[in-house]
Structure formats: structure tokens, C-alpha cells
Design a protein around this ligand. Structure first.
Ligand code: SAM
Ligand code: SF4
Ligand code: SF4
Length: 335
């Protein structure tokens, strides 16, 4: 089991299954950049389900226990439940989840994913205010359909459902308490995510970040809250419990309280590039080996060498000097 240069093991793999999306969230795929002329990956560039499964087996061999399917919008990939079924059988994988914007999550799809072996799901939702939500997804998508998707996931038993909200100053701050109110007592866990400087196209500014401390304070003013213990080492969300027993919420503070020291995550793009940090500028090509008949041992070696050389800790060293780096886009590397 390889350790990186900062002594961190490899435990989680986020797999992007497509770089395309049917939303144009302003903080992720601004439509001025991701417009008609944008060149997305071609079909033949994408790893097949068999290739993804083979890599997952090899990663599991190196200690990966958690797999998250993401994108772009993962449910745009046709027949995703077949991939889920293949991955659910990989020995060593304890946790298999998807992050989705919910737009394509019908009752049938949620049921098919659950039956295929999906353990849990995270659904992104930035506001309960329909106007604010439509403006943020920038494709005029109504909030009610995401709420329906959450119900569908609930009925299918994909618990606990995580509901991820990126908080942007002056845009959806008002939704913080509304989201907490709506999902308190439901068993679903809202996670408030600090807006991050991923990629180079979203025009990120520190002033647009709402620090998690402030999120906790705002919610704490409505209902008394207290910190809860992490579920496991390296958990990205800091957990908070409502003292009246109505459940919990989380905050993900990658900007104001970085957690690189315990970061055990690698990311695989839809075309088989391995990235060792969300803010990396370059990946390691694994598709080449897959398509040129490399042996398992050769691919394992390539992953080991990459991981052993890893010294990424971008969030801890974020500064004016790192601001100009040509970082990979979120929609490509997967959130
Ligand atoms: N399309 C799916 C979705 O939205 O859930 C999966 C991919 S998306 C890139 C994964 C997560 O990253 C989403 O919860 C999204 O809100 C979050 N995200 C995207 N850009 C972000 C940014 N600049 N800062 C913080 N979170 C971001
Ligand atoms: Fe699409 Fe998800 Fe990015 Fe929004 S955050 S544009 S839904 S990939
Ligand atoms: Fe991990 Fe990179 Fe994020 Fe730090 S900045 S927590 S190393 S992905």
C-alpha cells in the first residue's frame, strides 16, 4: 500500500464518467466558456465501463475502499447502472456513491442504481429559492425537480442522502438557513461547501467565499448546535449536530480550514488521466497503458510511482502565487 511523500495512503478514488453536463452552474461551467464551441471529450476518448472496472480493481488492490462516480453530470452517461453493478462486485470497495445534480434522477433510475449496488448518493442543490436556483444552474432548471429527485433517492433507500450546497457570497447566502430548516429532521444531511478556486474559468475571488464559521453561526442562531466527532479519518466535512436531536449538517471548509494533511483522494478523468489533487495542473495518463495491453503489474506500478511522488497540498499553500496556475477544470476532474 503506497504512501505519498507526506505519508498519506490512497483510500478514495473519484471517477469522472463524463466531462459533459446539462447545467451551466456559474461557479463550475460558466456558459461564456462552456458554450457551443467548447470541445468536450469524444466518445472514443472515454474509458469504457470495462476499463473503469479494471482500474478500480487495481486501485482497490492498492488500498482504495471508496469510489465516487462524478463528472460533469454522471447520469448523462448512458446505462450508468451497469457500471455501478460492475463496481459493486469489486473486492475491497466498501463505499460506492454518486454525486449528481439530480436532474435525471427519476424514481426508476434511483431504483435501478440501488438495485445495481449503489450504496449512497449526494445530490447538489444550491438554493430552495426557485429564482436563485435557476440563475445558479443557468439553464433555468426548476428547484422542484431536484426536490423530486431527493424524494426518489429516499424512496429507493439510498441513505443517508447528502445534499451539497456551494455557498457564494451575495448569491445564495439567504438559502443557508432555509436549507437547514427544510432538511432538519429528515435524516438527509446538508453539506455547505465553501466556494473554491477550482480551474481557471469561474472568476473566483476570496470575497465571494462565505467561511464555514459563518454558516455554522447563522444556523446556530436558529437552533443550538454542537460539533460531532468525525465518522472516519480524513472525512472532508466537519459534522455539526442539532442539540434538539433533529439530525446533523456538515461544512466543507477547503478554503478557510484546509484538510490536505489527511487527504487520501485521487481523481480519474473520463479519459483516464489520474490527478492527485483537485487543483493539479497535470495528470498521469493511465489510458495509454490500458489500451496498449499493459499488464496489471505495469499499471499498478504506474499508479504506485505517481502516488509515491505526490506532495500536493494546494489548499494549504493557496496564495497569490498559486492563483495563476493553469489548473484543471472541475467538470473535467470531477468534484
Ligand atoms: N454534476 C454533478 C453535481 O453537480 O453534483 C457532479 C459533478 S460537480 C463538479 C460535483 C460538486 O462540485 C457539486 O456539488 C458542485 O456544486 C461542486 N462544485 C463545482 N464547482 C465548485 C466550486 N468552484 N467550488 C466548490 N464546489 C464546487
Ligand atoms: Fe454541472 Fe455539477 Fe458543474 Fe453544475 S456543478 S455545472 S451540475 S458538473
Ligand atoms: Fe487534497 Fe489537494 Fe484538496 Fe489538499 S487541495 S485536500 S491535497 S485535493
Amino acid at each position: 500500500m503506497p504512501l505519498d511523500r507526506l505519508g498519506r495512503p490512497l483510500r478514495d478514488l473519484r471517477i469522472s464518467v463524463t466531462d459533459r453536463c446539462n447545467f451551466r452552474c456559474t461557479y463550475c461551467m460558466p456558459r461564456e466558456i462552456f458554450g457551443r464551441d467548447f470541445e468536450f471529450l469524444r466518445r472514443e476518448d472515454l474509458l469504457t465501463f470495462e476499463e473503469i472496472t479494471r482500474l478500480t480493481q487495481l486501485f482497490a488492490h492498492l488500498g482504495v475502499e471508496k469510489i465516487r462516480l462524478t463528472g460533469g453530470e454522471p447520469l448523462l452517461r448512458r446505462d450508468l447502472e451497469s457500471l455501478v453493478e460492475m463496481l459493486a462486485h469489486v473486492k475491497g470497495i466498501r463505499d460506492l456513491t454518486i454525486t449528481t445534480n439530480g436532474s435525471l434522477l427519476t424514481r426508476e433510475k434511483a431504483r435501478a442504481l440501488k438495485d445495481a449496488g449503489l450504496h449512497r448518493i449526494s445530490i447538489s442543490l444550491d438554493s430552495l429559492d426557485d429564482d436563485v436556483f435557476r440563475a445558479m444552474n443557468d439553464v433555468n432548471f426548476p428547484v422542484q425537480r431536484v426536490l423530486d429527485a431527493i424524494d426518489a433517492a429516499n424512496e429507493a433507500g439510498l441513505w443517508p442522502i447528502k445534499i451539497d450546497m456551494v455557498v457564494k457570497r451575495g448569491v445564495n447566502e439567504k438559502s443557508i438557513v432555509e436549507m437547514a430548516r427544510r432538511f432538519r429532521g429528515t435524516g438527509h444531511i446538508v453539506r455547505f461547501i465553501e466556494y473554491m478556486d477550482v480551474g481557471t474559468t469561474n472568476g473566483w475571488r476570496m470575497e465571494d467565499v462565505v467561511p464555514s464559521r459563518e454558516v455554522v453561526e447563522r444556523i446556530g442562531r436558529e437552533w443550538p448546535v454542537e460539533p460531532a466527532h468525525p465518522n472516519y479519518f480524513g472525512e472532508v466535512a466537519e459534522r455539526w449536530k442539532y442539540r434538539d436531536g433533529e439530525g446533523e449538517f456538515g461544512v466543507i471548509s477547503s478554503v478557510t480550514q484546509p484538510f490536505c494533511g489527511s487527504c487520501t483522494r485521487a481523481r480519474l478523468t473520463a479519459d483516464g488521466q489520474l490527478y492527485l489533487c483537485l487543483f493539479a495542473t497535470e495528470g498521469h495518463d493511465l489510458r495509454q497503458g490500458l489500451r496498449h495491453r499493459a499488464s496489471d503489474e505495469e499499471i499498478l506500478d504506474a499508479i504506485r510511482v505517481a502516488w509515491r511522488g505526490r506532495d500536493d497540498r494546494y489548499s494549504e499553500i493557496r496564495s497569490s502565487e498559486t492563483a495563476g496556475l493553469a489548473k484543471v477544470e472541475m467538470s473535467r476532474i470531477g468534484g
